[in-house]
Design a protein around this ligand. Sequence first.
Ligand SMILES: Cc1ncc(COP(=O)(O)O)c(C=O)c1O
Length: 176
Amino acid sequence: MMLNNMPIINGDPLWALLGRFRADQRKHKIDLLVGVYRDEYGNTPVMKTVQDAEIHLAHEAHSKAYGMLSGNANFNQQMAKFVLGDSPSLKDQCTIQTVGASGALRLIADLIATLSPDSTVWISDPGYINHRPLMEGAGLTVNTYPWQNKNGQLDIDACFAALEKAKEGDCNYPLN
Ligand SMILES: Cc1ncc(COP(=O)(O)O)c(C=O)c1O
């Protein structure tokens, strides 16, 4: 059966660390694992403005009809303006919505593979566990660059030394 061919992959070390954090009984522990805001109770609350906007949208919604494949055109336009400001690049860009960041990365991987299949994608090590399989899944070659020394501090020289080996047309995914 097809699903029998599915490989077993190693778990995400970040999740293992989260399990250890939850099991840790110390009162004053602090979760520095994932970069999201937490209040003094360790919760990530929904901000009041977001809640208000959601209520407003729920009241204003007129339809749930199918939209465009590229997402909400008005939202895309405003996002492009927000990111690029008054840049002359605004007229050359194309913005689309994706399902999450992983969805965006897979689309960009397919785009690179279509336009420039010989490009190597350079990802950080350590980095997100999904970056390599996302890029390799699109048929791209992946290489890594370090960014930490053995004490966990930023090692920018090692980072640049590795990226020196990149060739023209290669892509790099920014430091996490
Ligand atoms: C910088 C960054 N943040 C967040 C995520 C997770 O995104 P999502 O859970 O929306 O797929 C990714 C995915 O690779 C990422 O690269």
